[in-house]
Design a protein. Structure first.
Length: 158
């Protein structure tokens, strides 16, 4: 009997501003820009768990729970939300409603096998698969974006 596949690669979000060396120094990485897309946002009043396509993520009171056009959910910390999204009228900043993503620059690495991302909270763990992208947002956070969502959400610039 042949041995099973090895353990998935593990990437850790640092929580510190700047790009990670794990992504930034990999020769396969690309630089991309987020396209402006509308999403729905609400802000959780209590700690909760958000079920994302990549795994369960812990949210703290005040964090944004976002819903994309395909119905997928994800969390953005309250501290980072205004850097990534702007309200769409008549929504007021910090209130639930429609927001538009800002064209922020990211680094991304196409993955060829299974991998995991430990978020900066030290609890939330995302699971990625071959074909998914490891995304470095440059703010100390890493994420996983499926190939299909990456193609409609980001523009590769280098």
């Amino acid at each position: 009997m042949s041995p099973g596949p090895g353990p998935a690669l593990l990437f850790r979000s640092s929580g510190q501003r700047g790009y990670s060396s794990a992504v930034g120094t990999d020769p396969r990485r690309v630089c991309a820009r987020k396209l402006e897309r509308e999403i729905q946002a609400k802000f959780t009043p209590v700690a909760c768990i958000v079920q994302t396509p990549e795994g369960a993520v812990h949210a703290r009171p005040g964090d944004a729970i976002l819903t994309g056009t395909g119905g997928e959910h994800w969390r953005v910390s309250r501290e980072r939300f205004a850097e990534k999204y702007r309200p769409v009228a008549p929504t007021l900043a910090g209130e639930p409603g429609r927001y538009c993503s800002l064209p922020n620059r990211i680094l991304a690495l196409p993955m060829t096998g299974p991998f995991e991302v430990l978020l900066a909270d030290g609890e939330s763990r995302l699971n990625g698969h071959a074909g998914d992208w490891l995304v470095d947002y440059g703010d100390g956070s890493l994420g996983i974006v499926s190939r299909a969502i990456f193609a409609t959400t980001y523009e590769i610039i280098t």
